[in-house]
Design a protein around this ligand. Structure first.
Ligand code: HEC
Length: 203
């Protein structure tokens, strides 16, 4: 092979490699950059939530470990709808409605009704100020909050699995997952919720 061709071939191979390298970098770089900016976004959301809290809650939140704060940010990261007005009670009622729609979808064999409701449930609104202001001051410590992420995973994680089962038309699997989701609801209520709607006016 004449030297000129050899050089040309080398250039071609090199530029092919460069092209591959560039295209990998092209796909990787935005991912890395967006992971970073995603983290910054989450920190901003958490900071704006903390700014809304009364001083007594703020100081409890400041005492939380980095692990607990990371798990709160992990929960935030799974939800793209951050409300500036909804209370946790309103969010919970919306979640219950999505739960009921999910079961309606399963009972009527509607894959799309089931999957849409399950994905809405998994991406429920984050109430104004985040979850913490609604959990009670006594629950704002590393010990109590350590279980928060696991309840979130069992509700949101299983709702996403349920949506995928419905997408495949597998209503048997979807039905079985309803149980795991409601165990997550009930578990979280047992730790963080008081008996709902009690009246001060009853003896
Ligand atoms: C992260 C913990 C957590 C999870 C998970 C959770 N809840 Fe709740 N839920 C709460 C808390 C805390 C309250 C009390 C809120 C308040 O009164 O301010 C509540 C209240 C409720 C209420 C009562 C609303 C009212 O008007 O008093 C309903 C209904 C409800 N949740 C449904 C659900 C359903 C359905 C699920 C599962 C799909 C679920 N919750 C999962 C923490 C949770």
């Amino acid at each position: 092979m004449p030297l000129k061709n050899k050089i040309l071939n080398t250039i071609k191979t090199c530029s092919l490699l460069t092209a591959i390298a560039l295209s990998i970098a092209g796909t990787m770089l935005p991912t890395i950059a967006s992971a970073d900016s995603g983290m910054d976004e989450l920190k901003k959301v958490l900071q704006s939530q903390i700014a809304m809290m009364k001083p007594e809650l703020q100081s409890k939140v400041k005492d939380l470990s980095t692990d607990t704060k990371m798990s709160i940010m992990a929960i935030l990261a799974m939800h793209s709808r951050v409300s500036d007005q909804a209370t946790l009670r309103q969010v919970m009622l919306e979640v219950l409605s999505d739960y009921q729609t999910m079961s309606m979808g399963i009972m009527t064999d509607s894959a799309e009704m089931t999957a849409d409701a399950a994905r809405r449930l998994a991406n429920h609104r984050i109430p104004v100020g985040g979850l913490l202001p609604y959990l009670g001051l006594d629950n704002i410590n590393d010990g109590k909050l350590a279980v928060l992420e696991s309840f979130n995973d069992s509700v949101e994680g299983n709702a996403i699995k349920l949506a995928e089962a419905a997408d495949k038309g597998n209503m048997g699997e979807a039905a079985a997952l309803l149980g795991s989701i409601s165990s997550g609801c009930v578990g979280c209520h047992a730790v963080f919720r008081e008996y709902p709607g009690t009246s001060e006016l009853l003896k």
